[in-house]
Structure formats: C-alpha cells, structure tokens
Design a protein around this ligand. Sequence first.
Ligand code: SAM
Length: 231
Amino acid sequence: PPLYQQRYQFVKSYVDTYKPKKVADLGCSECALLHTLRFWDCIEVLVGLDIDEDVLRRKMHTLTPLAAHYLEPSKTSLTVNLYQGSVTQKDPALLGFDLITCIELIEHLKADDLADFREVLFGFMAPFTVIISTPNAEFNILLPKCTGFRHPDHKFEWNRREFQSWATEVAECFNYRVEFTGVGEPLQDSKNVGFCSQIAVFTRNYTESEESLKRKMEYKSVYKTQFIPKE
Ligand code: SAM
C-alpha cells in the first residue's frame, strides 16, 4: 500500500488495540484519516484541526454521519468537529483527549512554531497518547528524484538521531514516555537507513488533576468551527 495508507494503518492498529474514545488529528488536511476513523465503534468524539481553511473545506462533506450511525442506535453516537486554527494556539476544544495524531505535520512548522506546538500539545492539550510521524531524512537517498526536501513546504527533515533526541527531550520535559517505530521499510539489500516515515508514540505518565483541567477549560476559544454540511 502507498505510504500515506501505511501511516493511517499504523493509527488504525493503535485504535484497534487501545480503543481510545476521544481522538483528534492535528494538521488533518483533507480529513482522510478522520474519514476512515469514523468506522471505529470505540470512538465517540473525532476532531480535526488544520490552519488551512480551504483544504479543510474541500472534503469535509465526506464526514457527514453514516446511515449506519442512525440505523444502529445501539452504537455509541459519534460527534465529529472540525476546526480551523493553528497547533500553536491553545483552545479548550482539544482538552481531555485519549489520542492525538500529528501525521506529517511537524516538518511544516518553523522553529518558533515547533517550540510553541510542543508546549501546546504536551503541556496544554496533554492527551494520554500522542502519535507523531515525520519523514526520515536518511531514507531520501532511496527516493528517486529527491534532491533536498521531499516537499517544498518542509522547513526541515530530520534523521533518526535528530527526531529521537527532540522527542526524548519533549517526553522528559512533559512527563511522557516515548517509543520509536516507523512505516515504509527499505528493500532488504539496501543500507540501514531506517523507515521512510519515522513515528514516535508518546504516553503520558501521570493523571491530570480535575483542577488543572478545569483551569484550562477556562481558556478562551480561538479556533474557528467549520460546520460540516448535512446531506
Ligand atoms: N496529516 C495529513 C495526512 O497525513 O494526510 C496531511 C499532512 S499535510 C502534509 C500538513 C498539514 O498541516 C497541511 O494540511 C497544513 O495546512 C497543516 N498545517 C501546517 N501548519 C499548521 C499549523 N500551524 N497548525 C495546524 N495545521 C497546520
């Protein structure tokens, strides 16, 4: 399967195993991951956030509730919310999540924004699990026609050591543990370059207190709600 599907498959396997109820996708773009996650019964709340309103609106009609969501009332109902906003902004809409995914997002952030994002995601949103994927620069030598970055909007592409040292520091700073893996394996006889997309899975080591959550709930909303059209 194409690489983007392998990344989604990774998230879907996580959802299968750990059954998160509240899931958000940051930098959700055309909502393709959210679209597939609608089929998971364990999920009660699905949220997408992207800075680019046009890209969000392009396919958001594909998120309207499925007929099955009405026909089988025994199923837990699903709420889907889409927001236009930046991952550098704090908004109570993203508090209390079990899983937040950031698939091929961080390499689009400038250094200042990456620093803010880290604080917003791990300090403010503080979900139980975070899944971050980003290109592994070491793999680029195997990509035909890839000179420089894989995409002109990338602000950086990290090798394994760079990504792992960033993620390890974040985990230590915000009291998470982190494990590394990836998707897109090189052919057997090629050098040890690692996965095409590298992935970090962070898990929170502590339980957030009611008071802390309540304090954050009082932050002013800044994201702009996108109303998903009804069919
Ligand atoms: N996650 C999607 C996927 O796997 O198909 C697409 C990722 S796309 C390469 C990166 C997305 O991040 C774009 O849709 C872009 O608009 C969004 N983005 C970039 N900077 C952002 C920011 N500061 N806040 C929220 N989204 C941002």
